[in-house]
Design a protein around this ligand. Structure first.
Ligand SMILES: Nc1ncnc2c1ncn2[C@@H]1O[C@H](COP(=O)(O)OP(=O)(O)OP(=O)(O)O)[C@@H](O)[C@H]1O
Ligand SMILES: [Mg+2]
Length: 597
């Protein structure tokens, strides 16, 4: 099993990631434009502070006495700009928080909706733990990308523009130097980050997801770990995964630190060259002390903001890495997809036809080759066959959990490939081999197929499924939570809850995948009575392991390696002394005969 499923391990490029993020940020564009406006205002307030400082220096440097008042005026202007800056920043944060929270939810909703609709093959191949991790990291990632871009990077970038322009007005050559060195600084920072630090980050993020997946896998299967006393083995597996991660994580972190050092060096060059140009040309009278004061203040201020850019880019890289892993959820094609114009499945009578069906799992040899069969509406058919002969797969194809390679599957003459998957599946009620119950109340679990059911309907279904009595004996009756902190159900109880579910869903086709585990005779009888009642008036497919179930079927199909090798009623099949059916159920028949004698 691979941890990222059947996605190729490719990374979406940063443009695609940014465009995708922008789609979520601008889902409600009004607020987001307010955010953009506020950033521009913050940058202007920042530059105004430097201008005021320059003004103070200019006023103090001039010899005239009246300049004290001017210096104070500049100081007050600077103070006002500082307060404005703080208020604008606060407004920005308040609006941005809302934009970001909305985009996190929208992203999660879209990814969750797609993941739910990925095929059973995908889910079978993908660690649930890793998917959960990636879905929750994506929330963090889109927030982090937004914070870095809007809150940390946009302001210094706008400041570069404004400061550069102001410097150019006073002394074009100094402006040119400022723009040039800033551009080199930004270019080198982004190149290093994108081509050198990012690849290392991506590898490290993947190994970290594997690490989490490994933990989730071991914890989810704790019962197996305990049963085999394999705790130490799992710990060394985890240690190996941690080792793989740490060697790559070290590379990634070291590169980040080196990049920051290069950036510091470049900033020193910028600061020195711009100020040197100003000082050299100051003698011509073009540059006043106020200009110099402004440039020093602005560069210091900008330097303070850009000093963090190393950390910001690193965070951005990490967030891109995390988001890239989730991009697959948003863009991967559905391997079992609805047709362009799906028709809803008409309310079925339950006439099932397989015609020349060929199917294989992945690249294996075909399990079914040219399988043809028909189950008429209202018929009760039992499937028997050795384990692995394809019985459960037959049912999965009927639900279209997998697409077939060739041939056609029709219900009431409608090709199931042409209808909406959800509407198809509502026509088929399944009582699976191992029913999955949610960590919700018993009532919610029973009503899962028809949530609008009334309490009375739920109880009626539970009674028919012979589940009412054990439910009433549970601590909170129908309100008892199943699972972790609530009730633990036995196999037989689970199956009866699943039968109650099938009663409520009232689908015309019922599939019963009989539990292989043996139940006590009393429970078995209760389940069989419940089944019998459920089967009435519905097309029924029972994957049967017990003779008592098989005998009552209208028709028995014996599967062997994906083919139907025998077909008929129990009384006919049992007559064939060397038939597979006889061999499969022979032991049980012999026992009954001995008991009868
Ligand atoms: N998701 C899957 N991916 C790949 N192969 C699979 C998958 N599910 C089942 N198979 C294979 O397909 C074959 C048929 O499996 P299936 O579950 O249909 O058997 P079955 O008749 O229901 O067996 P049992 O009586 O044990 O439930 C087996 O060889 C099995 O290993
Ligand atoms: Mg099976």
């Amino acid at each position: 099993m691979s941890q990222t499923g059947n996605f190729a391990r490719r990374q979406a490029d940063w443009r695609t990631i940014l465009l995708t993020c922008a789609r979520f940020w601008f889902a409600r564009p009004g607020r987001t434009w307010v955010v953009v406006g506020l950033i521009a205002a913050v940058a202007l307030a920042d530059v105004t502070i430097s201008l005021a400082l320059g003004g103070v220096i200019g006023a103090v440097a001039a010899p005239a006495a009246s300049n004290a008042a001017l210096a104070i005026a500049w100081l007050l202007a600077g103070g006002a700009a500082l307060i404005c800056h703080a208020l604008l920043r606060l407004s920005f944060d308040i609006v941005w928080n809302r934009v970001s929270i909305n985009s996190m939810n929208a992203l999660q909703a879209e990814a969750f909706s797609r993941v739910q609709r990925f095929s059973s093959a995908w889910h079978g191949d993908t660690f649930a733990g890793a998917t959960v991790h990636r879905l929750s990291r994506a929330r963090w990632a889109i927030d982090a990308i937004g914070v870095v871009i809007f809150s940390r990077m946009a302001t210094p970038l706008l400041m570069i523009l404004v400061i550069g322009t102001l410097v150019s007005i006073r002394l074009p050559i100094a402006g040119a130097v400022f723009f040039l060195v800033s551009a080199v600084y930004l270019w080198v920072s982004f190149e290093l980050a994108a081509r050198w630090v990012r690849p290392a980050n991506v590898v490290s993020a993947r190994l970290e997801a594997d690490l989490t997946g490994a933990i989730a896998d071991a914890i989810a299967n704790n019962s197996a770990v305990k049963a085999f006393g394999a705790e130490t083995r799992e710990e060394s597996r985890l240690a190996e995964a941690a080792e793989r991660w740490s060697s790559k994580a070290t590379v990634s972190m070291d590169r980040t630190s080196l990049m920051q050092t290069v950036q510091l060096g470049l900033w020193a060059v910028l600061q020195t060259s711009v100020l040197a140009t100003l000082v050299v040309f100051a003698g011509d009278g073009g540059v006043t002390p106020a200009d110099l004061g402004f440039a020093i203040a602005a560069i210091l201020q900008l330097g303070g903001q850009l000093r963090g850019i190393g950390g910001d880019i690193r965070m951005l890289q990490r967030a891109f890495g995390e988001f890239g892993e989730t991009m697959d959820f948003l863009t991967a094609p559905f391997d079992v997809s609805d047709p362009a114009a799906p028709q809803p499945m008409p309310a079925a009578r339950g006439d099932i036809v397989f015609e020349g069906v060929t199917f294989r799992y992945g690249q294996r040899t075909p399990l079914f080759e040219q399988l043809s069969l028909r189950i008429e509406a209202g018929e009760h058919v039992a499937l028997v066959g050795a384990t692995g002969s394809g019985k459960s797969t037959f049912v999965k194809l009927l639900q279209r959990l997998y697409d077939i390679e060739s041939g056609e599957i029709r219900i009431d003459g409608v090709n199931i490939g042409n209808v909406e998957q959800a509407s198809l599946r509502r026509q088929v009620a399944i009582v699976p081999q191992e029913p999955a119950l949610f960590h919700r109340t018993l009532a919610e679990n029973i009503a899962y197929g028809r949530p609008e059911s009334t309490k009375a309907e739920i109880i009626a279904a539970a009674r028919k499924a012979r589940a009412h009595d054990f439910i009433m004996a549970s601590p909170n009756g129908y309100g008892t939570l199943v699972g972790e902190r609530g009730l633990k159900l036995s196999g037989g109880e689970r199956q009866r809850v699943a039968i109650a579910r099938a009663f409520l869903s009232n689908a015309p086709i019922v599939v019963f995948d009989e539990a292989t585990a043996s139940l006590d005779t009393l429970t078995e009888r209760m389940i069989q009575e419940a089944m019998q009642e459920l089967m009435e008036g519905r097309t029924t497919v029972i994957i049967a392991h017990r003779l008592s179930t098989v005998r009552k079927a209208d028709r028995i199909m014996v599967f062997d390696g994906g083919r139907i090798v025998e077909e008929g009623r129990h009384s006919d099949l049992v007559q064939r002394p060397h038939g597979l059916y006889r061999r499969l159920v022979g032991d049980e028949i012999n026992r009954i005969e001995i008991e009868a004698a």
